[in-house]
Design a protein around this ligand. Structure first.
Ligand SMILES: N[C@@H](CCC(=O)N[C@@H](CS)C(=O)NCC(=O)O)C(=O)O
Length: 253
């Protein structure tokens, strides 16, 4: 008889049907001996085999676990992953594509987070939730918050132009497109000398900036050749393991 048969598994009351389904699939996988991921670093997720789980007397209650939905390329999702890793939270990363996010989130964007009955639809609210839950500060001061806001403006603008570009829209036509491009360049110039070693350990403002910069370089949205301060900000950010371990995997290049 399978040693897991009859194992008592409790599911939180009010669990969403989709989560119940996922939970059942994981239990079934476990019963037939599939390896399952159990780590807070989901990028390099090692797996534990069923025999290891049985030997350790552990059974993962995935259905109850906090879930972050998103992609490995999104800078917004990356910032949330960093906060979850830094907070040593018990969580699971669920990789989804644009059609799934369009179905599962009212904003049709990633990230979104499910934790029991809690549903969050934006990286900002997710960060606040995770920082509070892990008793870590969210923004050192007003200056740090402004750094985050300005970075977010560049990020949202760059992301919109990136998506329009991908759809084949001609971005050379239109004064509003010009204004968007100027906004990115002038804000990057302003951000160039904002980050120094004094900002270590990394604040959420600096983390946001570093997530934007690595994404922008990855997607060839801007270059930093004349912005040495921003290059230095990336170097500083990579001293933090939670940042370097969440880099955009090369398989997406
Ligand atoms: N304000 C949102 C922005 C998130 C966002 O723009 N996510 C992108 C992926 S990097 C997305 O889902 N875009 C899909 C779309 O715009 O349709 C947040 O901070 O979470």
């Amino acid at each position: 008889m399978d040693p897991l048969a009859g194992y008592r598994v409790t599911v939180r009351p009010g669990l969403a049907p989709a989560d119940k389904l996922l939970f059942r699939q994981v239990v079934n996988d476990c019963m037939v001996g599939a390896a399952i991921a159990m780590t807070d670093d989901h990028q390099a997720a090692p797996t534990r085999s069923r025999s290891t789980i049985l030997a350790a007397g552990q059974y993962p209650l995935y259905g109850d676990m906090m879930k972050l939905y998103g992609s490995y390329t999104s800078p917004y999702v990356r910032h949330c992953r960093i906060a979850l890793i830094q907070g040593k939270m018990d969580w699971q990363f669920v990789e989804i594509d644009a059609s799934e996010s369009a179905e599962r989130s009212p904003t049709k964007k990633v990230p979104f987070l499910h934790d029991g009955d809690i549903r969050l639809t934006d990286s900002c609210s997710i960060l606040k939730y995770v920082r509070e839950k892990s008793a870590r500060p969210f923004f050192k001061d007003t200056h740090d918050y402004d750094l985050f806001c300005m970075t977010n403006t560049v990020l949202d603008t760059s992301m919109n132009l990136f998506q329009l570009d991908r759809d084949g829209i001609d971005l050379t036509q239109g004064t509003y497109f010009d204004r968007q491009k100027q906004r990115i360049e002038s804000a990057l110039d302003a951000l160039n000398d904002t980050v120094t070693r004094a900002d270590m350990p990394l604040t959420d403002g600096v983390l946001r900036l570093a997530c934007l910069l690595e994404w922008g370089l990855f997607r060839h949205r801007f270059d930093l050749d004349t912005r040495k301060g921003l290059g230095q900000a990336i170097v500083l950010a990579n001293e933090e393991a939670a940042f370097s371990s969440t880099a955009i995997p090369q398989r997406f290049a």
